[in-house]
Ligand binder design. Sequence first.
Ligand SMILES: [Fe+2]
Ligand SMILES: [Fe+2]
Length: 291
Amino acid sequence: MDTQTFSAPSAAPGTPQRNVGSKAHWTLDWIDFSRIRVADVHDNEDLFYLLVSASFIESGSDTYTRNLVEHFTAYPQIADWLQGQWEPEELQHGRALRTYVQTVWPEFDWDSAYAAFFAEYSRLCTVEELEEDRALELVARCVVETGTATYYQTLRDLTNEPVLSDLTERIRVDEVQHYKHFYHYFKQLDGERKLSRVRVLGALRRRLHELRTSDSDIALRYVWAYHPARDGATNDPSFDQVCRRLYRRVGERLPMDQAVKMLLKPLALPHRMEQWVERPLARVARRVMTA
Ligand SMILES: [Fe+2]
Ligand SMILES: [Fe+2]
């Protein structure tokens, strides 16, 4: 297969060209973890689950990158971006969230819980899990980045703790940039072939379904299993009860209108039709999340 040449995506009008321009990406030492107001968040059980599970999935990103890079070997610019920028940023999200969790909840054995989570999670990250068509895999990646961007926005809005607000906003901005890269590469790859909307919709639906049923459930299960306050007593909440509570809490606050806009973009619907379907779709998506 011929290798392809792509340009890097440009930022949206009015937005600085971070990640692709000269501005340095933030590093861990920009976050002053010693300033965390531990008492503000320590007893927030939902935040504990949501932050630890996010730290697990982000920390496992390198497994995913290996598969993606392999998948895009015919497109060196995409593979280079995945390896040189996307992976380091996702792993940095993992390290930052892990440091936050270990500072606020030192009683939680992050290393053991993560090792157990990773043993199961890494078996799921195989090339067979990816869309065979490279353009459709880029659509699927847009779904994942839409999920993370809106998830961190929700986490940011769930707290007033200043270090966590700052951290979740930094990660949210990165996830939006990742979305823009994947979308841009999709447009370039799809430029000549023009995949049918039915096929694009199929990829969107498949990855949305996986998002709802796999990664986060596995991560949450290991947070629950290693929860420091769980002692096997009968009044411990069951895993299902915890999941229902968390999905409801996040689902009620997720910026669905924004998520739907981002998800619809690869379909390139006529503007009027896009406006017509956005609201009802956002309502259905919220119902599914909070069910
Ligand atoms: Fe991330
Ligand atoms: Fe991302």
